[in-house]
Design a protein around this ligand. Sequence first.
Ligand SMILES: OC[C@@H]1[C@@H](O)[C@H](O)[C@@H](O)c2[nH]c(CCc3ccccc3)c[n+]21
Length: 456
Amino acid sequence: MIFPEDFVWGAATASYQIEGAVKEDGRGQSIWDTFSHTPGNVADGDTGDVACDHYHRYKDDIGLMRELGLAAYRFSIAWPRIQPDGEGSINPRGLAFYDKLVDELLAAEISPYVTLYHWDLPQGLEDRGGWANRDTAYRFADYAQAVHERLGDRVSDWATLNEPWVSAFLGYGNGVHAPGRRDPAYAMRSAHHLLLGHGLAARRLREGGAQRIMLVVNSAPVLTPAQVNDPSAVPDEADAAVVHRIHALLTRQFLDPAVYGTYPEEVIEAAERNGGTGHIQDGDLALINAPIDLVGVNYYNPCVVEAGPGLPADAAWPGSEDVKFATADAPTTAMGWPIVPDGLSRLLVRLSQDYPQVGLMVTENGAAFDDVLEHGRVHDAQRVAYLDGHLREVWRAIEAGADLRGYLVWSLLDNFEWAEGYRRRFGIVHVDYGTQTRVPKDSALWYRGVIGRNGL
Ligand SMILES: OC[C@@H]1[C@@H](O)[C@H](O)[C@@H](O)c2[nH]c(CCc3ccccc3)c[n+]21
């Protein structure tokens, strides 16, 4: 299976998960600093205070990327390094770090893919309402413009947000992520203001001459248990209604406004059930509908649902009523997520049909397994099998006509896995957090071969 000539092979990370140095060079506090330092929120009391110490080790890490032959590296910029309080004057030392990072990547002939927001909102903005406050969307556009003005001459690929669904529904809906709010009305408002921030920022980026702009979403084919292994299975009426609604809330809630300037009716209905639609102002959808070039797709597993009693209160989010999130008849990763490779091709083909105007890029795909470092090696055969299986599906989606531009594995390094802390390892490179030693796993060596052959 040989991929297109210009197919982009890379890896992805995010600022709070790898950088550490949380108080260095004027960095302000983020909601993840606050959340991780609040006892009970993160497994083992882990925080991102040190993480992979990438802030100090970025040159060596880029050397690793070069050895693996990566063509692209997706990373996120920590807003609190650029504007410690989320607005106002720019912190020159914060911006200087990313300036050096970009130059080091270019020197290694690796294309920088910048994510402007990967969840580390400045705490100062959260103190003023965070994403539930409409003003935050405008602060985000100012921040995006300031970063683009400094890096836009060398960075061509810009993602505004990483996974607004997670920011809104895990951050403000069920509170398992920062800022840990449990308010369904706030969740609906936050989802809208994140989209507004995306649209406003995308316009500033385009005005500044950005070459490619993307919105990155967590997405999945929404399937009944029977459909997981039998695509021809026909769900009953109740299950079909749940599948349709969850697809609307998980994926269409974000891609329909961005690509078409419309909300699915299921989103309006969820808002009407949770605080109303007063936050949606005339003209907002036109602002959100800023032209973008690509949709970034983060895929890990299908979303398996059937009609049922709904999530318990501490896990529920607007729209999850009457839904039972089922398990699939499939092996699982260390996260308990089902391994269903053809879910990726089914998703990519569906998105290419629903949103033919934009290209697609797999901006995250990967798996956590209980890796063992022995004699200086990590024989992560399960991760190789996971990646191999999913890459075959990416190839099939291309064969089926999807405009797939590239694949970025999650993640380059083992890192801070949000509420799971450091106990879950997604990296193709092992990190010993005690010594900060990096060891490429077998999956990294395998991936280097895939890149060298441009295929499987
Ligand atoms: O959980 C693995 C990765 C995270 O480390 C990335 O930062 C994030 O972009 C990302 N998104 C997803 C899929 C949605 C999800 C997010 C968080 C927790 C569970 C599922 C998986 N991942």
